[in-house]
Ligand binder design. Structure first.
Ligand SMILES: CC(C)(COP(=O)(O)OP(=O)(O)OC[C@H]1O[C@@H](n2cnc3c(N)ncnc32)[C@H](O)[C@@H]1OP(=O)(O)O)[C@@H](O)C(=O)NCCC(=O)NCCSC(=O)C[C@@](O)(CC(=O)O)C(=O)O
Ligand SMILES: [Mg+2]
Length: 291
């Protein structure tokens, strides 16, 4: 599975940001054709984003384009953008299985022979989208992640948006559970105050605790802080290695349960340890053989 600890938005009509977006080390860059671009600028932004895909080096960052909703400019976006070989499309305001199926069919019709299949990240940001989260997550094999958009969502609810986020708790757990049930990733809503580092870290820690695998970002300053929350710590890696050793020892003795520092270690705990070690390996924090 791709690393998507950070997915950095950049407005599709801002040549400076599109040019530099690859230098910040985000796991994914999102070139935005939707809400960051005014209706009158959609055609120009589409051309600019297509040009950036062909000419800007985004390094190892996954290249994701946020298209417009199906009922507005999605068709034009997909026709021009898909042949430029993005890795995935971020589809906003997804509300149903049919939305995903329509986008998947349009992508298939625009892919060129031999092209790596373009994935879909479904952005759930309406009450109906949250209500349909699991069917959406497993609507098509192109769907690689669900993302939560809390600003549009709380506007749709008529809820007050707060810093501590109690109004989005239910939506967050629904998104995480639906993604996990479908075997794909859940990506958390952006933290919109780009100057509030402490708030960002706290919000990201909570998202990680709930099971999110990454967070949307709006400013390059947010990237290192989000990564450091999602990266396993040295202590977590050491714990995971000890858990795996303990469970292997127990298995050799014919048991599925081990004791580590007086605490029970069994299959789900070993699975959690394996996930930590897998992430640590992906990040080059440990070598292959150590797991
Ligand atoms: C937030 C702010 C205005 C702050 O401005 P500031 O001026 O304070 O930025 P500074 O930090 O001072 O910039 C220092 C240097 O970094 C460069 N730089 C900044 N940001 C960069 C970037 N993103 N990519 C590359 N480069 C960047 C900048 O060009 C400068 O470069 P240089 O001049 O060379 O020094 C700015 O970051 C920004 O515009 N962000 C993107 C906003 C955006 O895309 N929003 C739409 C997507 S969210 C969304 O839609 C979610 C949702 O769907 C969710 C829902 O529904 O809930 C919804 O609907 O809301
Ligand atoms: Mg939105």
């Amino acid at each position: 599975m791709e690393l998507r600890r950070t997915m950095l938005f950049m407005p599709g009509n801002n040549p400076g940001m599109l040019q530099n977006g690859g230098i910040f080390g985000a796991d994914a860059v999102i070139l935005d054709l939707e809400d960051a671009v005014a209706p009158g600028e959609k055609d120009a932004a589409r051309l600019l984003v297509a040009h950036a895909l062909g000419n800007v080096d985004y390094g190892p960052s996954e290249k994701v384009i946020r298209i417009n909703p199906l009922e507005t400019f999605a068709l034009e976006d997909i026709k021009m953008i898909v042949p430029c070989r993005p890795d995935a499309l971020l589809v906003p305001k997804v509300e149903s299985v049919q939305d995903i199926q329509k986008v998947a069919a349009l992508i298939a019709a625009s892919e060129t022979p031999g092209q790596k299949p373009v994935g879909i990240v479904a952005l759930l940001e309406t009450p109906r989208g949250i209500a349909e989260a699991y069917p959406i997550a497993q609507a098509d094999k192109r769907v690689v992640a669900l993302a939560l958009g809390a600003e549009d969502y709380t506007a749709g609810l008529g809820a007050k948006r707060t810093k501590e986020g109690s109004e989005i708790f239910t939506a967050r757990t629904i998104v995480v559970n639906s993604a996990a049930a479908a075997g794909i990733q859940a990506i958390d809503t952006p933290y919109t105050d780009a100057s509030d580092r402490a708030g960002l870290i706290q919000d990201t820690e909570f998202a990680k605790q709930l099971g999110f695998k990454g967070k949307l970002a709006i400013n390059p300053r947010q990237i290192d802080d989000i990564h450091s929350v999602f990266n396993p710590t040295e202590q977590e890696i050491a714990w995971a290695e000890r858990v795996i050793k303990a469970i292997r020892r127990a298995e050799a003795e014919g048991s599925g349960v081990a004791s580590l520092d007086g605490k029970m270690v069994d299959a789900p705990i070993a699975n959690r340890a394996e996930r930590i070690l897998h992430l640590a390996r992906l990040l080059g924090m440990i070598e292959e053989a150590k797991g």
